[in-house]
Unconditional design. Structure first.
Length: 1001
């Protein structure tokens, strides 16, 4: 026993000092899962290694050695913990949660638990304990909100460091240096000793390797390992983003060598030996963009003698050339997908494959994986077949040429001469595609139609133009055919019960859905559902109803934000956005690893009589979850990198246009300003601090700013003229200045009222109007309310800071609350219905004032000036991120803000002596950066941060302030980058709002 104990100590010490290899998998009869399952049992209590050894029946020294390695491997990964008494258990049983940290530029963060069913945990900036963005951490929950409130915790331990290299700007201080990270989520600069400069000069973009992580107040220490160039040099900007997201550019020699060994052509012997179906006699075409080079899908449509349609979707058989566990396969797994930046593509596979033997170029033989589907008159798939094949495409068509052939009355003569023999085929494709689309919409699929743009750059990477992308009939044809194939393949292999990868889109979160339902009532729309659920058909009906209206973009965007993000999973649980029971990604194996994997599974199943051996099935099932998680993460990295390059080049495009005026539409209204989108999709911010003509109050639920003195109203959908004021290339932001606003049309105002269930009247302020009689004496206004709901000014604020609806019973009220947020169905004093159709003024009565009462000096419920900071988690009334703590009797409605103090206040929102307390405001301390929101919460903190209320769809946490990225919005649904046009499924057209999942170049 003593010998075994010494061996155990030796191995543990070895692991602690890096002498052993904890990540090395061991071969033993006891598996990691066996240990974890045992420790998760209800009756389990932390055991010593001797007790675990006895339980698992470890006898020999070799088995014991392997067992200890396995145990230490689990400990190193954070799946198992060792107590001070050398007992082992799982984190969940020790009030710890394992997961990934998603940090925020304000310093706080969220734990995204490994267990998807576990709610996220908010982590205050002071509780980060040196953890950095994307680190794998263990968090101890310190407080739990009542009735399902948000969890708060602190980092107990960093399990795995995700940031080993940082990209930033070098600052030379002679005897030492610092690197200011480009990623604002990395809060501290990196200290660089004099001997680690590598010759870097001040202002250069560099890559540093972290050699020592921060401890306490000490900064992280690093060494410069690469100099990218001066930040203003051509190409350095995109290169910095590539390094920031650690996107792999060059392929290793092993990968290149493997790709070079692939033949340039196929032989008849290959075709016959594999028993591929020969489709070279069919008229099959590819339809892609003008500059696409990796042509991975081809289609054909035939009318059968029985009147049915036969659709063929043929995908390059990449899995035939990229074999399992080869260097190419490992590289594709690590990359996950191709990344499409503004001026370049970072491919998943070497160009020799993607642009060569795996590209379905015209008039050459290519190996493919085919899915043929027969549709009857009702568009039911009455027969389908999935098989390996060989094809020879007839033509390499472009979207533009197909569009011209189908839509122009007299297409170009040269075009007709070359492709005339295919016109009937394209018309049949259009007929089938439109029928498939109509059927998909009828079943409830949600079809977002966001305007997208393409940034044109010159040879130096300088943007010269921004043009809109068209979604023509040609794009729709390919989208519908790819959708049909993806659904058919997913359902086929689901019923075969073989290990598979699916693309899933879960139902929206009930809370976010409720926020969305409440939000659209401000425009007079109602979506009906059952309980906390809604069928996607109801949401699609809403999209059709708002088509062509000014509110279309914002409602579509908010709807999109209320949904979860689509992801990969080994279980088929359906796709909400597509209203599909089964869905997969089958059509792009050149640039998506999940597609490559399922092609490999399909081949094995076909070669083994529609089944797999038990051993093979078990192996694949064990790998699918890991592949799904890796692919989903790599997809997010790709999308984030693409967004950042788009924002960078749009800012650069506007750099020489400072002072010029443009027409635009208000795309979002927040507590800190107005976002305006120009015709070319460039979006910029008009800061409240620049709107000096009035004191503006923000009404969150109405998405409107209302002037206190002039009652001027700015709301989503308004057409405005703006001037480019500033462009910040470091932050990739654009600031606009308001020039003018076009009058609103009466049609728009009446449309709002008609959709609200009719006009209702209420008495406002209680001042009598000449000729007024009866109970309705006083000024009357039309307001937007849901039919049958109570109407009244916002009532007194309670202790939590939430304002109650006023109604007509006001005698018992001692204080007058703010006219901010009111419960669903209660219309605050500045609801959209109060807004004049021609941009006039609303009543000058003090919001929340009692009937017939005179407004007290300083009683206007303006919020404190917006500081550009983000509100923290719910805190005690009046609490701020470092200012004085005090209780407040009133809270007012959160969500109101102005750029200037309310009457009777001093800068910072403090009341002057002699004035009553400000109502409807959570005051902010002068030194605090975080803002109290009213209500109860945790202690005040110095470094202001503030938690957003949950993650955006897809996992990113919400942002409510202008924090280096202007495109963030404050309500619970749109607190994310609006200009990014984030979709639940990244680049795939098959998902709500998604782009066509194919290369743009």
């Amino acid at each position: 026993m003593q010998q075994r104990l010494n061996l155990f100590k030796e191995m543990v010490i070895g692991y602690e000092y890096g002498e052993a290899q904890p990540n090395k998998k061991v071969t033993t009869m006891v598996t990691e899962q066996d240990i974890l399952n045992f420790m998760h049992e209800n009756a389990y209590k932390p055991m010593t290694y001797q007790e675990l050894e006895k339980h698992f029946g470890i006898d020999s020294a070799s088995e014991f050695k392997d067992f200890v390695k396995l145990l230490n491997d689990l400990e190193q990964s954070g799946h198992v913990l060792r107590t001070r008494n050398d007992r082992y258990g799982v984190p969940e049983r020790m009030n710890l949660i394992r997961g990934r940290l998603q940090a925020h530029p304000k310093g706080f963060g969220f734990l995204i638990p490994d267990d998807r069913d576990h709610p996220d945990v908010y982590i205050h900036a002071n509780d980060m304990n040196t953890a950095m963005n994307n680190d794998i951490i263990l968090v101890r929950v310190t407080s739990k909100g009542a009735a399902g409130g948000k969890l708060e915790g602190e980092v107990d331990r960093v399990v795995t460091r995700a940031n080993t290299r940082i990209v930033g700007t070098f600052q030379n201080h002679e005897s030492y240096g610092f690197v200011v990270p480009d990623d604002k989520r990395v809060q501290r600069d990196i200290f660089i000793p004099k001997n680690a400069f590598l010759g870097a000069a001040d202002g250069q973009k560099v890559v540093v390797n972290i050699v020592q992580y921060p401890e306490g107040r000490a900064a992280a220490q690093g060494e410069v390992i690469e100099i990218l160039g001066h930040k203003d040099d051509p190409g350095v900007d995109i290169l910095s983003i590539i390094r920031k997201f650690q996107l792999p550019e060059a392929f290793s020699e092993e990968v290149i060598s493997e790709a070079e060994s692939v033949p340039d052509s196929i032989t008849e012997e290959e075709i016959l030996s594999q028993k591929r179906r020969d489709l070279r006699g069919k008229r099959i075409v590819t339809i892609d963009g003008e500059d696409a080079k990796d042509l991975d899908d081809a289609v054909n449509v035939e009318r059968l003698p029985n009147g049915n349609y036969l659709l063929g979707v043929h995908i390059a058989d990449v899995s035939y050339y990229v074999t399992e566990n080869s260097a190419l396969d490992r590289e594709a797994y690590n990359r996950g997908c191709s990344v499409y930046l503004v001026d370049r593509v970072i491919p998943m596979l070497p160009h020799r494959l993607s642009n060569g033997i795996c590209s379905l170029n015209p008039q050459v033989d290519r190996l493919t994986m085919s899915c043929e589907m027969e549709f009857d008159a009702e568009l039911n798939v009455v027969r389908h077949d999935i098989f390996t094949s060989v094809i020879k495409t007839s033509e390499r068509m472009t979207y533009n040429n197909v569009r011209k052939l189908l839509t122009e009355e007299e297409p170009d003569a040269e075009l007709l001469e070359r492709y005339g023999y295919l016109v009937d085929d394209f018309k049949l494709m259009e007929e089938l595609a439109m029928k498939l689309r109509n059927r998909r919409i009828q079943r409830g699929a949600i079809d977002f139609d966001f305007q997208e743009s393409k940034i044109i750059v010159d040879k130096d990477g300088t943007p010269v133009d921004i043009v809109k992308r068209e979604r023509s009939i040609a794009e729709m044809i390919i989208e519908e055919f790819m959708l049909a194939a993806n659904e058919t393949v997913a359902e086929h292999f689901h019923w075969l019960k073989v290990p598979f990868l699916y693309r899933i889109h879960e139902d929206p979160d009930a809370e976010k859905l409720a926020h969305f339902m409440e939000f659209i009532t401000n425009f007079g729309y109602v979506v009906r559902g059952r309980g906390n659920t809604v069928h996607p058909r109801a949401l699609q009906s809403l999209l059709e109803e708002i088509k062509g209206t000014k509110e279309e973009t914002v409602i579509s965007t908010v709807m999109l934000r209320s949904m979860k993000q689509a992801r990969y999973d080994s279980n088929s649980i359906g796709h909400f956005g597509l209203a599909a029971e089964f869905y997969s990604h089958f059509t792009s194996p050149i640039r998506r690893y999940p597609d490559l994997i399922i092609h490999r599974v399909i081949r094995e199943v076909l070669e083994n009589g529609n089944a797999l051996t038990d051993k093979r099935s078990e192996y694949l099932r064990g790998r699918m979850d890991d592949i799904a998680e890796q692919s989903s993460q790599r997809e997010r990295v790709a999308v984030d990198a693409e967004r950042e390059t788009d924002a960078l080049k749009k800012a650069e495009f506007m750099l020489d246009k400072v002072g010029e005026e443009f027409e635009g539409i208000i795309s979002s209204v927040t507590s800190f300003g107005i976002f305006v989108e120009l015709e070319n999709t460039v979006e910029g911010l008009i800061r409240l601090s620049d709107m000096t003509d009035d004191y503006y109050h923000y009404h969150e639920m109405q998405h409107a700013l209302i002037g206190e003195r002039t009652s001027k109203i700015y709301r989503i959908g308004d057409e405005v003229k703006v001037r480019v004021g500033r462009v910040n290339m470091d932050e990739k932001t654009i600031d606009f200045e308001m020039v003018d606003m076009k009058p609103r049309s009466n049609k728009f105002s009446m449309l709002d009222r008609s959709k609200s269930g009719g006009q209702k009247k209420r008495v406002a302020g209680g001042r009598p109007v000449k000729g007024g009689r009866g109970k309705d004496r006083g000024r009357v206004r039309d307001v937007l309310v849901k039919p049958g709901t109570a109407v009244g000014a916002a009532g007194a604020a309670d202790a939590t800071g939430a304002s109650e609806g006023g109604g007509t019973k006001r005698r018992r009220r001692k204080k007058k609350g703010a006219s901010g947020e009111a419960p669903l169905g209660i219309t605050p004093a500045a609801a959209p219905g109060d807004m004049p159709s021609e941009g006039g003024s609303v009543t000058q009565e003090a919001p929340g004032a009692g009937r017939g009462r005179k407004r007290r000096k300083g009683g206007n419920p303006a919020a404190a000036p917006d500081t550009g900071r983000e509100n923290g988690p719910v805190t005690e009334s009046g609490e701020d991120g470092g200012g004085r703590r005090r209780k407040r009797k009133g809270g007012g409605a959160e969500g109101e803000a102005s750029v200037t103090p309310a009457p009777g206040t001093e800068p910072g929102g403090k009341r002057r002596k002699g004035d009553g307390p400000t109502r409807g405001v959570s005051l902010r301390g002068e030194s605090g950066e975080g803002g109290g929101q009213g209500g109860r919460g945790r202690r005040g903190r110095g470094a202001g941060d503030g938690a957003a209320s949950g993650r955006e769809s897809g996992g990113a946490r919400t942002e409510s302030t202008y924090s280096g990225n202007w495109a963030s919005s404050v309500n619970a649904l749109t607190k994310t980058v609006r200009g990014d046009r984030h979709t639940p499924d990244g680049r795939d057209p098959s998902e709500p709002g998604g782009r066509r999942g194919r290369p743009r170049r």
